[in-house]
Design a protein around this ligand. Structure first.
Ligand SMILES: NC(=O)c1ccc[n+]([C@@H]2O[C@H](COP(=O)([O-])OP(=O)(O)OC[C@H]3O[C@@H](n4cnc5c(N)ncnc54)[C@H](OP(=O)(O)O)[C@@H]3O)[C@@H](O)[C@H]2O)c1
Length: 330
């Protein structure tokens, strides 16, 4: 698998990384643990040697499964995790009302205060069963904490050898400018897929110019761009897709019509729609890796093949023009 340097850090990431949100079960209607572990391990065998998780994914569950899956192979793997969303401490900015894996209601707070980051880092190291986190990312900005304080705390962890590189996620250009006054930022982690290309206006050009890597999330739009979701597919209350805009009937219909139009391009390369969608993300200059979520080894095997073909410049232009015609979801 092709590897790319992550910004100014010493890390090299495969162009396809494993997204470990769904395997935590939280907001995805649960997940099967054995399938999850096999999925990560099959990915590593196939060159998916970077795993992106977060403390909040299943309230620690995704990190624990990641730690179990990579036991004995830690040296081959880049572990990326995130801090800054607390479910166990009511301090900071309220982000959302949610529920614990056992169904107990809970509130989630954005919290990037130095003492909280230090506590979270120790917890993540334990759950991941490792001495060092390769890439430690702020999950979302926290307007209640001065960014200099947050970055000082991360710098301290880096100097102590607990984390290798510092990254952010869902940060705007202004947020990143502020962060880079204190630290060398390895990466940002924004949403990016054929249907959702807002970063092309600002975040992407800024990161290219400043040599900040990009870990692109939701490259197959939570599964919608694989073509397996039809107008009849239903999602449970505890699967976040039931309230995502692109999954609402009117928008979903438009997305499915779009997939019909792009299918000949996928067929021309002998690839699936999902592989086409992932390939479009990693073809974009400035993207370091696509974080592709998967629940089982079969999905991983399909997704990995997205890195093994090349779309022509004309095909990319056509795909992006067709996506442009869709406009914003209503
Ligand atoms: N920083 C952030 O705020 C943030 C936000 C979102 C995501 N992320 C990161 O990005 C990763 C990926 O994003 P995502 O999970 O939102 O969406 P995604 O990668 O676009 O979609 C993943 C989902 O699509 C389905 N799928 C995967 N491979 C498939 C295949 N070959 N065929 C059919 N269906 C397939 C699976 O769900 P089903 O089988 O249930 O359909 C899977 O959970 C996350 O795991 C996480 O690491 C970060």
């Amino acid at each position: 698998m092709e590897a790319r340097e992550l910004g100014k850090s010493a890390l090299e990431l495969p162009v396809i990384s494993f997204g470990a949100w769904a395997i935590g079960g939280w907001m995805w209607g649960g997940a099967d643990e054995k399938d999850a572990i096999r999925a990560i391990q099959r990915g590593v065998d196939l060159g998916v040697t970077c795993i992106d998780t977060a403390a909040i994914y299943g309230m620690g569950h995704s990190e624990k499964l990641t730690g179990q899956a990579i036991a004995g192979r830690r040296d081959e793997i880049i572990v990326a995790t995130k801090c800054g969303l607390r479910w166990d401490l009511e301090e900071g900015q309220l982000a959302m009302e949610s529920a614990m894996p056992d169904g107990t209601p809970c509130k989630i707070f954005r919290n990037l205060r130095p003492d909280s980051i230090r506590h979270e880092c120790e917890q993540s190291l334990k759950r991941l069963d490792t001495d060092v986190i390769d890439l430690y990312q702020c999950h979302w900005p926290d307007p209640t904490t001065p960014i200099d304080d947050t970055m000082e705390a991360l710098l301290g962890l880096q100097q102590e050898g607990k984390i290798r590189a510092i990254g952010v996620s869902n940060f705007s250009v202004d947020d990143m400018r502020a962060a880079t006054k204190t630290v060398t930022l390895a990466s940002d982690q924004p949403k990016y897929n054929l249907l959702e290309r807002a970063i092309e206006a600002d975040v992407l050009p800024f990161c290219r110019q400043e040599n900040i890597g990009i870990l692109a999330y939701s490259p197959i739009a939570h599964g919608l761009l694989t073509g397996k979701i039809t107008m009849d597919t239903q999602f449970g209350e505890d699967d976040h897709r039931h309230r995502q805009r692109w999954f609402q009937p009117e928008n979903r219909r438009k997305a499915l019509e779009f997939l019909e139009k792009v299918k000949p391009i996928a067929d021309g390369h002998g690839v699936t729609l999902g592989q086409l969608a992932i390939n479009c993300v990693i073809c974009q200059e400035g993207i370091t890796t696509a974080l592709v979520g998967a629940r089982n080894a079969q999905q991983v095997e399909e997704n990995v093949k997205a890195a093994s073909f090349r779309l022509s410049a004309d095909e990319l232009t056509t795909l992006r023009a067709l996506a442009e015609e869709l406009g914003e979801p209503v």
